[in-house]
Design a protein around this ligand. Structure first.
Ligand SMILES: [Cu+2]
Length: 54
């Protein structure tokens, strides 16, 4: 497993940002955020595309 710190940022109007070394955890937390706060269903692929090295 890569130990690179990754981050995912939500829209600027939302301001949500999350960082983790654990890609699975990152995906899970972003998915929960999207569903809860934006009523949005996102796929793993969607989230991976938004991932950046922190
Ligand atoms: Cu958000």
């Amino acid at each position: 497993m890569a130990e690179t710190l990754k981050k995912v940022e939500c829209e600027p109007t939302c301001g949500f940002m999350i960082r983790s070394h654990d890609e699975k955890e990152l995906i899970e937390l972003v998915r929960q955020h999207a569903e809860k706060m934006h009523k949005m269903k996102v796929t793993d692929k969607d989230i991976r595309e938004k991932m950046k090295t922190a």
